[in-house]
Design a protein around this ligand. Structure first.
Ligand code: SAH
Ligand code: SF4
Ligand code: F3S
Length: 475
């Protein structure tokens, strides 16, 4: 490919990317002739559903280039890491993978290593890759993942490392090919970015400001997915309850749910994540009236202490949260509520943790993710005083964990003997006579069955509760 091929590229998206996908596949063929074998790729994804969805798009692009996906990271000719930087341990995990890839057993000078995602939006991380991991060939961020083919073209053509990280998001680019991990369920982005600036959180900095997708585009994607056999969609956003707020003449989230509900073939609708400050009574009403919206609300608490919530800039008090959670319990009694909790936020005291534990005891979550606070460079909380010692955090974390486990063991067990609709997701990992599926309330059940059931919705009687999951049989 010559300069003129870059010059000839269409200026509009996604046409431009389809052009580069064609050109990249020609360059890949040439490389295959040179190395004497068919080229393969592997994508490793860290972090949340947003990254999982982005990785499906990039897998779609890589497949379109004629590359084969392989299960082993170390065996692939093109390795792509989609990174997360929500907590420091996410970063450490990624560096661990890079180390292994370049370790003496797996070194391969012909391998192309590409890294993208949230970590790459942080200058220090890009600098670290440049200085200590020189074998990384292509670096890009969260706002231009759709350009993967173009970046691969650039790298193959010029044979020098490519760095393309954008400070700010540009237009939303639709209609990039995707290869889904599951044929029967899919995430659907309804919005990107976040404007909430919780003081501990890096997401607004690495994902940009909040942008809602056009409702028509979302419905069109759901229809397309349904036509391809998808039964369950998960509507994705950092704060789905503020969907449409910043779009002129847009419908809001409850209305969007009503529209998705009308799509024939979609039998289940999930969404992630609900910010408590924006969860409306209208949403509760829509859920009540719906036969497709799953009976599960993930409602991150973070802390039960109003003082800490204020320092976190969560924009609700402990009382307001409790009131909302109890309203959900009353109006939607079969709906499971799960949450996220942070322990060790700067200035947190034992009394604050007691407030969090009180909340857990009152809401009785079916499940909760508990995290140790991790300071993120550039966020306001990182420079707040009052960090507790490791020992203190470990002790308080264990107290919270115990409360969560006590309550969720009881609450998640309340569905015993019910007959529930279950979407069968996979063969059981331990026992090949069992399949594993997910109920509407997001709890898992294992029951006798074979691979022909995967992707089907079946009625299952819950016969045994084993603490957090069920055993059952098809009825
Ligand atoms: N948008 C979602 C959360 C996305 S991040 C929401 O507002 O609910 C997922 C979870 O990671 C958060 O709910 C929070 O509990 C946790 N988290 C985010 N930043 C963190 C940090 N710096 N340290 C520890 N946990 C963090
Ligand atoms: Fe982070 Fe808060 Fe936005 Fe969630 S709402 S992504 S925790 S800033
Ligand atoms: Fe991580 Fe980025 Fe998601 S920081 S949690 S992958 S938005």
């Amino acid at each position: 490919m010559t300069e003129s091929v870059f010059e000839l590229a269409p200026k509009t998206e996604p046409e431009r990317q389809y052009y580069f996908m064609e050109n990249a596949s020609v360059l890949i063929k040439k490389r295959e002739e040179k190395v004497g074998h068919h080229l393969s790729f592997h994508v490793t994804t860290f972090g949340c559903q947003m990254n999982a969805k982005d990785s499906e798009k990039m897998t779609g692009i890589l497949t379109k280039l004629g590359l084969d996906e392989v299960a082993e990271e170390t065996a692939a000719d093109i390795v792509l890491f989609n990174t997360c930087t929500i907590r420091d341990n996410a970063n450490q995990k990624f560096y661990g993978h890079l180390g292994t890839l370049n370790g003496k057993n797996h070194k391969n000078k012909n391998r192309i290593v590409a890294v993208c995602g949230c970590m790459m939006q942080e200058k220090t991380c890009v600098e670290k890759l440049k200085s200590s991991y020189g074998f990384v060939n292509i670096i890009f961020g969260t706002h231009n993942i759709y350009k993967l083919a173009e970046l691969i073209c650039l790298y193959l053509e010029k044979n020098e490392n490519v760095i393309d990280v954008w400070d700010k998001p540009a237009d939303i680019v639709e209609d990039i090919p995707a290869v889904r991990k599951y044929p029967f369920k899919s995430g659907v982005n309804i919005m990107y970015g976040c404007n909430n600036y919780c003081t501990y959180c890096i997401v607004p900095y690495v994902r940009g400001n909040e942008r809602s997708r056009d409702a028509k585009e979302i419905i069109r994607e759901c229809e397309k997915l349904a036509a391809e056999g998808v039964k369950e969609v998960m509507l994705l956003g950092q704060n789905v309850n503020s969907y449409g707020n910043r779009l002129r003449n847009s419908i809001g989230f409850p209305e969007l749910l009503r529209e998705v509900e009308k799509v024939n073939g979609i039998e289940r609708i999930r969404f992630m994540t609900s910010h408590p400050k924006d969860l409306s009574d209208e949403l509760i009403e829509v859920m009540k009236a719906s036969s497709k919206i799953c009976k599960h609300i993930h409602l991150p608490l973070q802390s039960g202490s109003t003082r800490i919530l204020k320092a976190m800039n969560r924009c609700y008090t402990g009382e307001q949260y409790l009131d909302l959670a109890l309203r959900i319990r009353k109006e939607l009694p079969d709906t499971a509520i799960t949450t996220d909790i942070i322990v060790g936020f700067p200035g947190e005291t034992e009394e604050d943790v007691n407030d969090t534990i009180d909340m857990i005891r009152q809401v009785k979550y079916e499940g909760a993710f508990t995290f140790i606070y991790s300071p993120r460079t550039g966020t306001p909380a990182a420079s707040m005083p009052g960090r507790q010692s490791k020992e203190w955090i470990k002790r308080e974390f264990d107290r919270v964990l115990k409360a969560v486990q006590d309550e969720s063991r009881l609450m998640a067990g309340r569905f015993l003997d019910n007959v529930e609709k279950v979407l069968v997701e996979e063969m059981n990992e331990q026992d090949d006579k069992l399949v594993t599926g997910r109920m509407s309330n997001n709890l898992m059940v294992h029951f006798p069955g074979d691979s022909s059931l995967i992707g089907k919705l079946v009625d299952v009687k819950l016969t045994e509760y084993r603490g957090f999951y069920y055993m059952g049989r098809i009825v």
